[in-house]
Design a protein around this ligand. Structure first.
Ligand code: OOG
Ligand code: MG
Length: 264
């Protein structure tokens, strides 16, 4: 356990000091399950600094995103209250290493998910609302380079996220209507990446299934009120020279974040 604590400490300090560390190369010595053990210790460090868990995020649910990073397994991480930025809020770039931004879809979990049960409750019973979202990822590794095991240990590069207005599932919004919605990522008013919610595992509803599967396997909980970030609908783009970023999803609306170079 000692070496796992040491890995977690390196990653937690890198995030707190906004300073990259060399790749841990965990794939040489450790499996996925052990990498999730390191991740849980990294998240525990945030909780000890006063944050609380807000949900679960998925990574590499989009093949274009997986190809961008060279990692092709779907992975999960924890999101916490200190990562949440209000819609229209500001992120201090000085607190980040080499941030990238990606447009996502967020789900609001309506009830405690019983992950000891062998099957999932249906998506429409588990999830009550959906929102456009932005994720700012910030790998703690030099040059944003990692193996599968390394990125799992680094809490899947999770750094900040913004959730736009929630839309409840009702007659006009359903698991079918969210299956193929246009997504744009606008950087300083320019459309910089376009995609579809269909890029997320073919249908973002599958991100809910993946979240349950990974939670069961690697010891996450998904209580009522959790946010599920379904994964990027496009590749991630560098944020360092951007002042305002927005995601727009057809029929769902938008979410916006501003950046500042002043320390907070
Ligand atoms: C890992 C996180 C991937 C996504 O939405 O695919 C992710 C990374 O690319 O650094 O959050
Ligand atoms: Mg993401």
């Amino acid at each position: 356990m000692n070496d796992l604590r040491d890995y977690a400490q390196q990653l937690a300090s890198a995030a707190a000091d906004a300073r990259a560390v060399p790749q841990l190369a965990l794939h040489e010595t450790h499996d996925e399950a052990t990498s999730y053990d390191v991740q849980h210790l990294v998240v525990q460090d945030r909780i000890e600094r006063g944050a609380s868990l807000t949900g679960i995020k998925l990574g590499f649910t989009n093949p274009a995103k997986a190809a961008q990073m060279g990692v092709f397994d779907v992975i999960a991480g924890s999101i916490t209250s200190d990562m949440q930025v209000a819609d229209g809020g500001t992120v201090a770039l000085t607190e980040l290493i080499h941030p990238r931004i990606e447009p996502e879809l967020a789900f609001l979990v309506a009830r405690d998910l019983d992950l000891s049960a062998p099957t999932n409750i249906p998506f429409t019973e588990a999830v009550s609302a959906v929102a456009p979202a932005l994720e700012i990822i910030d790998s703690r590794y030099e040059n944003f380079e990692f193996s599968l095991q390394d990125v799992i240990a680094d809490n899947t590069s999770a750094s900040k996220y913004v959730v736009g207005p929630w839309l409840s599932f009702d007659g006009s919004l359903s698991a079918t209507t969210i299956a193929n919605l246009g997504v744009t990522l606008e950087l300083d008013g320019r459309v910089s990446a376009t995609g579809s919610t269909a890029a997320i595992l073919g249908n973002p509803v599958r991100a809910y299934e993946a979240a349950c599967r990974l939670a069961r396997k690697f010891g996450f909980t998904i209580p009522a009120g959790s946010i599920i970030l379904a994964g990027a609908a496009t590749v991630a783009l560098p944020l360092s020279d951007v002042s305002t970023a927005a995601v727009r999803i057809t029929g769902l609306g938008s979410a916006t974040v501003h950046t500042t170079r002043e320390g907070s």
